[in-house]
Design a protein around this ligand. Structure first.
Ligand SMILES: [Fe+2]
Length: 199
């Protein structure tokens, strides 16, 4: 059973004007798809081909000889997770258990927003900004390239893709504006709440 590109959880134009259909056309249809194709090519006829995506990521993490498999597998997982972190009409402050957890960890939603945005903006080069759960607490993290929290003993709750391909067509070099739009208009807090409940 080959690894597959999951469909976007919303229509391609549903995140406009914050993320255009053109960006999603390339980001999902070309970039995410390329990671899936590469992963299938790299694992074809090997024992990894029959494992789940998470099992592949954990099996090859830290193995320099399998860096290509890790990078593509982790990028497949990170992107699918990222799509689910967004929804039309999302963003703004959460409610319920997520609000309680954020207020407890950061003091306020405003402080969380500031720290999350700062992590996303200061990730040098390509990578990801995250909210993760680790050892009973939640915190902000950032990772370079394909790195992913699951291999660092963390459970991902929320991510923002800060590779240039995520925002360059819509925002050019203005990464801070893209991250602010993500926070204000796109975050799917229901998905974050479901991840927090499982953490
Ligand atoms: Fe991406």
């Amino acid at each position: 059973m080959a690894f597959e590109l999951p469909p976007l959880p919303f229509a391609k134009d549903a995140l406009q004007p914050h993320i255009s259909a053109n960006t999603l056309d390339f980001h999902h249809g070309k970039h995410h798809n390329a990671y899936v194709v590469n992963l299938n090519n790299l694992t074809k006829d090997t024992p990894l081909a029959s494992k789940s995506l998470e099992e592949v990521i954990k099996a090859v993490a830290g193995d320099a000889g399998k860096a290509g498999v890790f990078n593509n597998a982790a990028q497949v997982w990170n992107h699918t997770f990222y799509w689910n972190c967004m929804k039309p009409g999302g963003g703004g402050a959460p409610s319920g258990d997520v609000a309680s957890a954020i207020n407890s960890a950061f003091g306020s939603f405003a402080k969380f927003s500031e720290e999350f945005k700062n992590a996303c903006v200061t990730q040098f080069g390509s990578g990801w900004g995250w909210l993760v759960a680790e050892k009973g607490t939640i915190k902000i993290a950032k990772t370079g390239n394909a790195e992913t929290p699951m291999v660092h003993g963390q459970t991902a709750l929320l991510t923002c893709d800060v590779w240039e391909h995520a925002y360059y067509l819509d925002y050019q070099n203005r990464r801070p504006d893209y991250v602010q739009a993500f926070i204000d208009n796109l975050i799917n807090w229901d998905f974050v709440a479901a991840n927090l409940a499982k953490a």
